[in-house]
Design a protein around this ligand. Structure first.
Ligand code: GLY
Length: 381
């Protein structure tokens, strides 16, 4: 049962001048979306964009609520999965939105995980030179990362997220209850992005997660809401400082350089979810730093142990257990180079001086990184 009033546990504001917005976090918010978005509506019309998997669980509640509130409500859906984040799906989505006569006074609601949020945000950014949209993230990864901060994109043949725009949502509504329908593996994958905020610059949050992470993953709603709040506040601070990633925002890529390379090695498939790749990448980044005398070995071990304790991969051996991966260091280095993280023969990497002391290193020599990967791949076989 939902209460008569929306049960907003936390509100986090993202301060970006005219593009500022609130992130509303709470339980059972889906049924209250019409009340929450009412101040944004210029005419009483919304289009919900979602995917088939999310639609099965969450569309009826949102759609009924919108219809009962007297909103003209339309739905556009797409197949679930990364394959939908394509140029052809973007075209189909735009054609649908145009056929529904969506214009700049309407509101597009992106109901789903990162794929739905990213493609819908990008469609909104270019439809009639920019329409407004609201993110309603239904995965932990989307609630703590991809729905916040305005990065929108589709994938190109040459790589992930290569076509996109910065386009901030008008509101983010994170209904913690939607996490109840996530498969545990997907929830854990999203949790990696939560851990990331602790590892960037917030050791106290990492310690809180070390204590509460397991209970949160097992279903404690208050802990989930608090973890989402803390993560969104951390991301909001970074985005407010560096909206278009000319500097500090790159810290949010901690774990992503190694992670993307392993995602490429698994063909961006379900063998390795993005969040799992990030967990592995964070484990490896800490190990790399420890092995090169940049970070205490005990901190790298602490990170590894927490990730592994909650069932996330933190070493290449964990990955072998997970997906039967076969690759080599040369392939991974090429994937890193493809990721546009090489300039003048040097890599840009997010490295760390210890727990919660991540920094942007722009001049990393690829040779020791390749040697590190060769060693770790050999040790895992
Ligand atoms: N997901 C990284 C960022 O939003 O910058």
């Amino acid at each position: 049962m939902t209460s008569a009033l929306p049960n907003i546990a936390h509100t986090v504001s993202v301060g970006l001048g005219l593009r500022s917005y609130d992130i509303l976090i709470g339980n059972g918010l889906l049924a209250h979306v019409p009340d929450l978005i009412q101040p944004l509506l210029k005419r009483q019309k919304v289009v919900i964009v979602t995917d088939h998997g999310v639609a099965a669980h969450h569309l009826p509640v949102l759609k009924d609520a919108c219809e009962k509130a007297g909103l003209e409500t339309h739905t556009v859906d797409m197949p679930s999965g990364e394959g939908s984040k394509s140029f052809s799906m973007l075209e189909a989505l735009l054609d649908n939105l145009i056929a529904l006569d969506v214009d700049r006074s309407d509101l597009i609601l992106a109901l789903g995980g990162g794929v739905v949020g990213d493609i819908t945000g990008f469609a909104a950014s270019i439809l009639r030179r920019g329409c407004r949209f609201v993110q309603i993230p239904t995965t932990l990864l989307a609630q703590v990362d991809s729905s916040v901060g305005g990065k929108t994109a589709v994938n190109a043949k040459a790589g992930k997220n290569l076509i996109g725009a910065f386009h901030q949502p008008s509101m983010v509504i994170a209904d913690i209850e939607t996490l109840d329908t996530l498969p545990p593996r997907q929830l854990r994958a999203g949790y990696a992005e939560v851990v990331k905020y602790g590892l960037i610059d917030d050791p106290a949050f990492f310690n809180w997660l070390a204590e509460n992470g397991q209970a949160l993953l097992e279903g404690d709603q208050a802990l989930r809401a608090e973890a989402v709040r803390h993560s969104c506040a951390a991301k909001a601070r970074i985005v407010e400082e560096d909206e278009t990633e000319t500097g500090r925002r790159a810290l949010l890529n901690l774990g992503h350089t190694f992670g993307h390379a392993f995602e490429a090695a698994t063909g961006y498939s379900d063998k390795l979810f993005h969040g799992e790749a990030v967990a592995l990448g964070m484990g490896l980044a800490h190990d790399y730093c420890a092995e090169n005398g940049l970070c205490p070995a005990s901190d790298a071990a602490t990170v590894r142990h927490h990730l592994q304790a909650v069932g996330l991969p933190a070493t290449v051996s964990d990955l072998n257990n997970l997906s039967g991966l076969e690759t080599d260091a040369q392939f991974l280095m090429e994937a890193i180079a493809q990721d546009k993280k090489v300039s003048g023969g040097k890599l840009t990497f997010i490295l760390t001086k210890g727990l919660g002391k991540a920094y942007i290193a722009k001049d990393v020599d690829p040779a020791p990184v390749q040697a590190f990967l060769t060693r770790h791949l050999a040790a895992a076989t």
